[in-house]
Ligand binder design. Structure first.
Ligand code: AMP
Ligand code: MG
Length: 403
């Protein structure tokens, strides 16, 4: 049995970065950029106005209140035909290029908004309300680097430099199958003793959240030959993720099936709760994750091992593991202390800090403990309790909610 950190290290050491492809910018949300992107031009292209007002020479308004002759009207997107000379002003809108001769903008609020002659009530210094050429980007500067996750802000920047097509990491395809004679499809008639294949849905959703393309395969019965056949058919995908069949029970065929296929198993038990049985194998150039069948164990191990692999495969270079932050417990948590335990909590921002509300039932089969869970509060091995009000580390697996 190995520690979680060691398991994560072994997982990431096995993950190869996939090839890159060019896609339309509009499709790039959630992808990892695989090129450096430089600004082709200064942004802003020239000094321009940060306010609606009047472009002036600062020296002309030093003795305000006073009046200036308005010689032109300048909407955004147009270029002044005239030059601001002593005693004159050009009416200017936010974003319009600063006219020749002007070195400041008097905001309209400090004027009478005159159209032919404008009354200026206060002086402004040189450079007032002027956005400087290149203050956002300088021509030739790399503004986004290879390995950057593309979110809304990055997409906006890419659009602003007219990067209509971007080079990104290919999204890996993740084959997903569930094992278990007791597992039935979501639309099968309800039968006593059977459980619905919730793992396939949860895993496909987690894969999609991480940026991958899930391929859900049929449920696999607890038989050696069926397990081997399922693994074979899954190997055309970039990664294989199965649920169930990895414990040491009489009907747990995954490890044996992998062995019989000649897979190289890197580990099959991790010192964590939920989720002790977790298999990592390499088989014909593919990585195989055998996750436990218990729905919570299955999802927790996906967050800790599979999601980081997807990020690395797509080309992310930093912040690949989920972040850990301190959170104050709103209620106590209790454990056995044999292994590091991950408690499903809902972390909210309250009173300037993160507060963790533990799900009331924490069994690894209690699927409802995942409802609203956006973090996994940690109790280390040997620790059996943490009191309400105490601070614990928590792995963030979703965005933090407000109270
Ligand atoms: P296993 O890891 O195969 O021993 O499965 C442990 C338990 O997880 C089973 O007894 C089921 O209750 C549950 N389980 C297994 N597979 C699934 C699945 N695909 N969806 C939901 N629950 C499952
Ligand atoms: Mg099973």
């Amino acid at each position: 049995m190995i520690e979680v950190e060691e398991a994560q290290r072994r997982v990431l050491a096995e993950v190869a970065v996939l090839d890159a492809e060019e896609i339309a910018l509009a499709d790039a949300l959630g992808c990892i950029l695989r090129q450096d992107v430089a600004a082709p031009d200064d942004v802003p292209q020239r000094d321009n106005s940060a306010m609606d007002g009047y472009a002036v020479r600062a020296e002309d308004v030093a003795g305000a209140p006073l009046s200036l002759r308005v010689i032109e009207d300048l909407p955004a997107g147009t270029v002044a035909k005239k030059r601001v000379e002593a005693g004159t002003a050009i009416r200017i809108m936010t974003g319009a290029l600063l006219p020749e001769g002007a070195d400041a903008v008097v905001q309209v609020e400090l004027t009478d908004a005159g159209a032919e002659v404008v009354r200026i009530s206060e002086a402004v210094p040189r450079g007032a309300n002027v956005r400087k050429r290149g203050e956002d980007m300088r021509a030739g500067d790399v503004v986004l680097r290879d390995g950057t996750p593309i979110r809304a802000g990055e997409l906006g920047v890419l659009a602003s430099v007219q990067q209509r097509v971007v080079r990104v990491g290919r999204r890996p395809e993740i084959a997903i199958f569930s094992t278990g004679d007791e597992v039935i499809d979501v639309d099968a008639p309800r039968v006593l003793g059977k459980v619905v294949n919730s793992n396939a849905y949860a895993l496909a959703a987690l894969a999609r959240e991480a940026g991958a393309l899930p391929r859900v395969l049929p449920i696999v019965p607890d038989r050696a030959d069926a397990t081997v056949a399922a693994i074979e058919s899954a190997l055309s995908s970039d990664f294989v993720v199965s649920s169930g069949g990895v414990s040491a029970g009489a009907f747990d065929f995954v490890k044996d099936a992998l062995d019989s296929l000649g897979a190289e198993t890197k580990f099959w038990q991790v010192a964590m709760k939920p989720g002790k049985p977790v298999v990592l194998s390499r088989l014909r150039d593919r990585l195989y994750f055998g996750l436990p069948g218990n729905p919570v164990s299955c999802m927790v191990s996906f967050h800790l091992f599979v999601a980081p692999s997807i990020r690395k495969a797509m080309g992310q270079q930093r912040a690949i593991l989920p972040p850990v932050a301190n959170a104050r417990l709103a209620a106590p948590i209790r454990g056995k202390g044999e292994r590091r335990t991950y408690y499903r909590v809902r972390v909210v921002a309250a009173g300037g800090e993160l507060v963790a509300h533990p799900a009331p039932a924490q069994g690894s089969g209690v699927l409802t403990s995942m409802i609203g869970a956006n973090a996994l509060a940690i109790l280390e091995r040997g620790t059996t309790r943490a009191e309400a009000g105490s601070i614990v580390p928590a792995v963030l697996i979703g965005s933090v909610a407000s109270e």
